[in-house]
Design a protein around this ligand. Structure first.
Ligand SMILES: [Zn+2]
Length: 161
């Protein structure tokens, strides 16, 4: 594992499912009334939906699959990422582009929300995403959910090969 390759906050969102996704925003952060995808109207927006299905990110996905192949399941993606710097960078730029668009859209919705709902965010323990989300959150199904520092987090990825 080459530790020089940076693992960005937006990559961890895709890899862990904790981030700017309807299901997470609805069930965990409780900031959205539904789990739906705001980009395409799909009923459940998850990291996998964003990565593999959402038509809104078709062109970014085409760039990604040209480098990592058509299998965008997480285990395969992680395998590709840790075996080649080119794949790592392809995943990294996909995550940056796509998640920053989703974040911008979420901020937009946030500012349209009635003040009574927005106040929740100002509470000290409010589940702000992405600002107060842990940088290395527990990983999704199929990964060991331990460790919140970067080294442990990457170990957990590599353990599951
Ligand atoms: Zn979608």
């Amino acid at each position: 594992m080459n530790r020089r390759w940076p693992l960005t906050y937006r990559m961890t969102q895709i890899l862990s499912g904790h981030g700017c996704f309807g299901r997470y925003l609805c069930h965990v952060a409780r900031k959205e009334p539904t789990t739906g995808c705001h980009e395409c109207g799909g009923v459940e927006d998850t990291a996998q939906h964003t990565l593999d299905e959402c038509p809104a990110f078709e062109s970014e996905r085409r760039v990604l699959t040209r480098i990592v192949g058509d299998d965008l399941s997480l285990p395969n993606l992680v395998r590709r990422m840790i075996s080649s710097e080119r794949s790592w960078l392809a995943v990294s730029s996909f995550c940056e582009e796509v998640i920053s668009r989703k974040e911008a859209a979420e901020r937009e919705r946030e500012s349209d929300r009635p003040a009574s709902l927005r106040r929740r965010r100002a509470r000290p323990r409010g589940g702000g995403v992405p600002n107060s989300a842990p940088l290395y959150p527990p990983l999704g199904p199929g990964f060991h959910n331990t460790g919140t520092n970067k080294a442990q987090w990457i170990e957990n990825l590599t353990d599951n090969r």
